[in-house]
Design a protein around this ligand. Structure first.
Ligand SMILES: Cc1cc2nc3c(=O)[nH]c(=O)nc-3n(C[C@H](O)[C@H](O)[C@H](O)COP(=O)(O)O)c2cc1C
Length: 157
């Protein structure tokens, strides 16, 4: 069975890592998008994100044109928003059934990963959630070594 990479990315960092993984493992790749885009300055989005995370808000997503039944290995990627995955990833995980899947989570962040990887585990009920990786960026500059990322990718099967 093929693997699937599902990711959300606001600024592009998570997209970059998702594409790096896709290049290596192949399979399919799907980008989660909210119906209502986040607008305003970066600080506006940081503030909106804080309100949404605190409220447990799950934004409406564009149609999920992906059939999870076709995959048994799923890589999930999100930026860290206020110490957890972004609300759009929360929406996705509310909508799907991960039972029986093997899940590999990654989270790009600015140095404060918080409880993001544990939250993936909690929100993928019935799945085997494998050790995830936090990948650090300073704005758009990748700080986690490519070697560390490659080692983690090699463990996906
Ligand atoms: C709303 C918001 C909240 C964030 N909260 C955190 C955080 O709690 N910890 C952290 O290390 N970085 C935080 N960041 C930084 C992002 O996680 C980091 O820049 C990430 O790589 C962005 O990925 P993207 O470009 O795919 O959106 C936050 C960014 C935004 C926009």
């Amino acid at each position: 069975m093929k693997s699937l990479i599902v990711y959300y990315s606001y600024g592009g960092n998570t997209k970059r890592i998702a594409e790096m993984i896709h290049k290596q493992i192949g399979g399919d790749i799907f980008r989660i998008e909210t119906v209502k885009p986040y607008t305003g300055s970066y600080d506006d989005v940081v503030d909106q994100g804080q309100r949404e995370v605190n409220a447990g808000f799950c934004p409406e997503l564009k149609p999920l044109n992906v059939d999870l039944a076709r995959y048994d290995t799923i890589v999930l990627g999100s930026p860290v928003w206020w110490y957890t995955f972004a609300p759009a990833m929360h929406s996705f995980l509310q909508q799907v059934d991960m039972t029986g899947k093997t899940v590999y989570p990654f989270a790009t962040n600015g140095g404060w990963l918080g409880h993001t990887l544990q939250d993936f585990e909690k929100n993928c009920k019935g799945a085997a959630v494998k050790p995830g990786i936090g990948i650090k960026f300073d704005e758009a500059v990748l700080r986690t070594s490519e070697n560390e990322i490659q080692q983690w990718i090699k463990g996906i099967h």
